[in-house]
Design a protein around this ligand. Structure first.
Ligand code: SF4
Length: 166
């Protein structure tokens, strides 16, 4: 891994960043990308570079947020006994323009990994549009049960420039 080699020769802060990003993680190669865990962007990617930059800055005494989880809806067709949502039937309070502002501001602050969660995100008809807002600056992780997922939605998802993990 070029970035890894670069950092390994980059002194104490670089080695600290590597340790933070990869400790106790099994590296997995998938479609020319290397994944470590759900809290670290895959390599190579702009999100990975931003993540390491954040680790280095935090280690140098200027902490910044690197991960954000965004609950896009409280709705969910499931009824898990351990669920923390008291009302899974309430209407969605935020629209696409709200998410555009939230994601943009978070990325300006340094967020390099964005988790989309709920409730269950799939009932939102504009989920693919929300995902598209993430772009290349952050890795997207989609937390979903897969309930109601269709081939059509998978095809729409594949048509976008980003990949998600569920
Ligand atoms: S899938 Fe998640 S949101 Fe839905 S009921 Fe279970 S814990 Fe709650």
């Amino acid at each position: 891994m070029g970035q890894r080699c670069h950092l390994e020769s980059g002194g104490l802060i670089g080695r600290l960043a590597l340790y933070y990003a990869f400790k106790e993680s099994k590296l997995t190669r998938l479609c020319e990308r290397i994944f470590s865990n759900t809290f670290t962007p895959y390599y190579p990617s702009p999100a990975y570079d931003r993540f390491l930059e954040g680790v280095v800055q935090s280690a140098a005494g200027s902490p910044r947020p690197m991960i954000m989880n965004l609950a896009v809806t409280a709705r969910c067709p499931c009824s898990c006994c351990h669920c923390s949502f008291s009302d899974r039937h309430q209407q969605d309070g935020l629209d696409l323009s709200d998410f555009k502002s939230i994601i943009s501001e978070a990325q300006e602050l340094g967020v390099s990994l964005i988790g989309i969660t709920g409730g269950e995100p799939l009932p939102r008809d504009d989920l693919e549009d929300i995902i598209a807002l993430v772009g290349e600056r952050s890795m997207l992780v989609l937390f979903t049960t897969g309930y109601g997922l269709t081939h059509e939605r998978v095809r729409r998802r594949r048509g976008s420039p980003r990949h998600a993990r569920a």
